[in-house]
Design a binder for this molecule. Structure first.
Ligand code: HEM
Length: 264
């Protein structure tokens, strides 16, 4: 599983920069650095680990990997990890050095590595972005050594979860719920195949593997609108007679046809 929110971040950047190389590189990076199956420790499990240290911001800043520093740590959602073995990323010459010695949770989603972006205020994130942020947390839990908790936004001086952390976990659960809803929807209504050429125009069609969903039926193309939006995407519908208020036929296309030419 590649984090959905991370992919969203990447897709957003692809739209912004419109660069094919960037697109391919980003997808490769997502596959390279994000493991596919992990479990994640949430706050209540962490509070049962008494050997964990509780660090202040100032203490954590002493572990930024600069010469004379005490080591190389970073924090994400208030959980502190020793990232010394990732020195090539987080050390003084690494591309992600800005994340060392602090909690820069927001930058994991925004991709803003400037000083004003390297912050732990994640209150602007949507539920699906919070899921992506927790995917990063799971990555550190899997690949790096846990040290403890950072006192501040997410943990109290006793190392207990703050109100802000509990709210964030609620958003996480909401994001996970939305994600499984989307996954279920993509099984029921898999995306169509599509092609476009300057001479023939556009075409959408259904096959038993379209949308990456292997199935015994191909279905017929329909426009599926997101509730409250004028934007639609093409989905394959097994039983079009069941109907849905968010669905529309393609104009000029026979309702039983598995392929529709798009009107320009
Ligand atoms: C939101 C945007 C991004 C974030 C938050 C991010 C963050 C990170 C982090 C934290 C690491 C180190 C992982 C570790 O500890 O092993 C990493 C590795 C890496 N990133 Fe990014 N990254 C982003 C986007 C990109 C993009 C757009 C590219 C390329 C075009 C890229 C290229 C790489 C590469 C090549 C590695 C090294 C992979 C390896 O050697 O294992 N990153 N990224």
């Amino acid at each position: 599983m590649v984090g959905y929110g991370f992919i969203q971040t990447i897709l957003m950047e692809i739209r912004m920069y419109g660069d094919a190389f960037f697109a391919v590189a980003s997808v490769l990076v997502a596959i390279l650095i994000i493991p596919s199956d992990w479990s994640m420790k949430l706050t209540n499990e962490w509070t049962q680990e008494p050997h964990m240290r509780v660090l202040s911001r100032d203490e954590l800043s002493l572990y930024d990997g600069a010469s004379g520093s005490k080591g190389l740590y970073l924090a994400i959602i208030g959980q502190v990890f020793d990232v010394q073995k990732g020195d090539r990323h987080y050390g003084v010459n690494g591309g992600y050095h800005g994340m060392a010695g602090k909690d820069a949770s927001l930058a994991f989603i925004s991709g803003d590595f400037t000083e004003s972006g390297l912050i732990d205020d994640v209150s602007t994130l949507s539920p699906s972005q919070v899921v992506a942020l927790y995917d990063w947390l799971a990555f550190y839990q899997k690949d790096y050594t846990p040290i403890g908790r950072l006192v501040g936004r997410f943990y109290t001086e006793k190392g207990l979860p703050t109100e802000a952390l509990m709210k964030l976990e609620e958003l996480l659960f909401e994001g996970q719920r939305l994600k499984s809803q989307l996954q279920a929807e993509s099984q029921k209504f898999p995306s169509c195949n599509s092609e476009w050429s300057p001479t023939l125009g556009g075409r959408v069609w259904c096959s038993t593997k379209s949308g990456g969903v292997e199935r015994s039926w191909a279905g017929v193309p329909r426009k599926l609108f997101s509730p409250g939006s004028s934007r639609s995407r093409c989905v394959c519908v097994e039983d079009p007679s069941s109907g849905s208020p968010n669905m529309q036929d393609y104009q000029g296309c026979h309702p039983d046809s598995d392929s529709c030419t798009l009107e320009v």
